[in-house]
Design a protein around this ligand. Sequence first.
Ligand code: ADP
Ligand code: ZN
Length: 433
Amino acid sequence: MIWNPNKECMSRDEMHDLQGKRLQKLVGYVYHNVPFYRNKMQELDIAPEDIKSIEDITKLPFTTKQDLRDNYPYGLQAAPLSEIVRVHASSGTTGNPTIVGYTRKDLAVWSEVMARCLTAYGVTRDDTFSVSYGYGLFTGGLGAHYGVENLGATVIPTSTGNTEKHIRLIRDLKISGIACTPSYALYLAETLEKMGLSKKDVSLRIGAFGAEPWTENMRKEIEDRLGLKAYNLYGLSEIMGPGVSYECECQSGSHIAEDHFYPEIINPDTLEQLPYGEQGELVFTTLTKEGMPLLRYRTKDLCTLMSGDCPCGRTAVRMGRIVGRSDDMLIIRGINVFPSQVESVILDMPEFEPQYMLVVDRVNNLDTIQVQVEVRRDFFNDDIGRMLAMKKRLADKLKSVLSIGADVKLMEPGSIERSQGKGRHVIDNRVLK
Ligand code: ADP
Ligand code: ZN
């Protein structure tokens, strides 16, 4: 089934025309409503009239996460606050979080693209669907939630945590679909097995997994242990949230909702646009957004774009799996973490040397992060109570800045390996096989 064949199966020529028209309108809209974009365009000596087709997009300026932080909280907002009906915030920034405001129409587009995804996975009105992404400022929970409602299936807003109770609901309510991170899906399988149950005791048939990188091997393992078919779901809050792209039954790449999010691949060093098929950094322009529309937003996600017909009948361009990042962002339990956030906490505390190492691992399918930090010689103490209090102070600060708990390991001065040249601050032992 296809939710919106008019848009998902448009001929390439029609799609190009539509994208060109929408881009023209968008550029006029941001030029007149967002001083940041007006200034940038004036610096580049371009006016809205210079944009005549979608190809002209390369004339436009890029937008980065730093631009969003610099214009915190509402500087890049194009619609007045009276039109904004919801705000989400992205984790993982030093200092200012990234704030995204949505108008009523933006939310309608979001639940439209989420309904397209779920339909592509085979979800119908007869399904009972559990949304196990976090509900709150994070876009995962509410984004998927309204998609399920829009489609007309029954949504169970389980959110995260309390896995045994969740499994009970999965059994009692005969939940048939689930959206969560792939690592949580594996944790769910493990908990099921610990409870002495197996996939035969549940009736899950469809999984919508995303918010973090995963692999074909993880897909097989999740499918084997939960007895469902696992689909990829991609998105980011700056552009919308989950639903920017989704796999169809062919599972050869994820179709991008191209009538709303125009994709490009660029070389992250030269910023030149690359042809389809080449790997580079994914860039999106939000063609229809009202709240916080973005021109050429650099996602820092590395992947390839694929054109060509898909046997499912959808004509929208597909993106391959995310193979890495062009920055140092880590995704830990679905939360974005930058080493610079840890650094800023440590630099703020006189007890510590500016030497630290993040050790990331995956234990029982749950990500763990340990922060190793050197204690300054004059703060080193034989009094265990004082050392424990110091450890707790750092752990508490990290928790409030990162939004996830980190295990702190205090180290003797000089014990963390110094690197020649570029400092190495992360050891990621998670092997995504
Ligand atoms: P979200 O709410 O969708 O997690 P964030 O803005 O917090 O949005 O994080 C977005 C980032 O998460 C993306 O830029 C990408 O790096 C990662 N991500 C999201 N979905 C996937 C996916 N299916 N595969 C790989 N990485 C993903
Ligand atoms: Zn397809």
